[in-house]
Ligand binder design. Sequence first.
Ligand code: GLN
Length: 482
Amino acid sequence: MTDTIKHLSTLLAEGKASSVELCQDYLGRIERLNPALNAFITVDAEKTLTEAAAADTRRASGQAGPLTGVPIAHKDIFCAEGWLTTCGSKMLSNFVSPYDAHVIEQFKAAGMPCLGKTNMDEFAMGSSNETSYYGPVRNPWDTDRVPGGSSGGSAAAVAGRLAPAATGTDTGGSIRQPAALTGITGLKPTYGVVSRYGMIAFASSLDQAGPMARTAEDCALLLNVMSGFDARDSTSLERAKEDYARDLMQPLAGLKIGLPLEFFGEGLTGDTARAVEEAIALLKKLGAQPVAVSLPNSKLSVAAYYVLAPAEASSNLSRFDGVRYGYRTPDYRDLTDLYEKTRAEGFGSEVKRRIMIGAYVLSHGYYDAYYLQAQKLRRLIAQDFVEAFRQCDVILGPTAPTTAFKLGEKTADPVEMYLSDIYTIAVNLAGLPGMSLPCGFDAQGLPIGLQLIGDYFAEARMLNAAHQYQLASGWHTRAPTL
Ligand code: GLN
């Protein structure tokens, strides 16, 4: 493949392309294709090319790192100095960040120019990118369909070759589910591996940033850049820096792959079931051994999540009050009126729904019945994984119950939309690493995603299985015609 970041870094190292040339190519594709896809909210060619020129100068002076000069797009949830940072909301539609998120600092330090800020569901709440104030993103495989969400802009940008890689965030599936629906590879790390500093908070105990790219190998290289201790995030873990690409070439002989009974039940049908079965068969050929495991409480994960995530969101989003930054209503009588009108006008309906649910489940008299119960379920769900990982090295299943659905198909029924994350949410509740990679296509030519789940801090092992699968299968090399 010619458009992996691995390949682009080789071109740069061999002097066959400059960062300015690469960025010009991608900016050209963005100009041509973004009007149809709406993957980017903000593009600033001058800023990008300035960063690219600096990367070329750095390389010329012998100071380049492995990815210096390779461009990347960033989800508009990351504060980036001097860039409009909207989080997909009217509430932040005028917010130019005065500082960089830790993730942005890391990519800058690596010398990777920013191609622009990508569209997303408002405050990362959604599974289809239809809640964005900036309009829906369209799936490059079929522009009548959604790209998944909430990192749908990043997914569509990578799938449509508008960027070789992008950042995303995953609170309940927002990296993995859009990766599945657009045929790319996306990884959510173990909670605490990537700093949340400067990443606009949705549900802080679940939010985690990760890479979205063409291949597992690219995800490993990007995670090497993104990860690392940061004292400004109290949940950032102080661990030795590791090379996530170190085990990519390990043979899979003897690797135990856990197949959760609950992921292969009646909900899994048709082309998705077939593609996942074929992936298991291929991994067996490579020497892996399937073992049956059980995650009996995972069926309760969506219910627990839709108590806990809104509870945290209702607290996190209280900062948007029209006083300090962001949108402020033009007309108000007094301070209370200012708060009320600003929030009524600045937030979209899905965000309001979450704030109301969150305030309700935390309120006196309901806290014990809902919030506390959900916390107990969270513990049980995490414990299931501890048991399962006693019997296997990685867990495998589908990423999403269906392939990309039509725009508008699920917007009338929030619960139906919430079920898009039935296979991904338990992983966030447990704080485990998980990824999605392409494993085939359905009868309509839409990509299908395979999910791998690793044990805590076992990203390198999960990436090893994913890379070996990609070398043998080749599904990730397919691109939509645009
Ligand atoms: N779709 C889920 C939600 O709407 C997850 C979103 C996410 O991971 N940010 O909350």
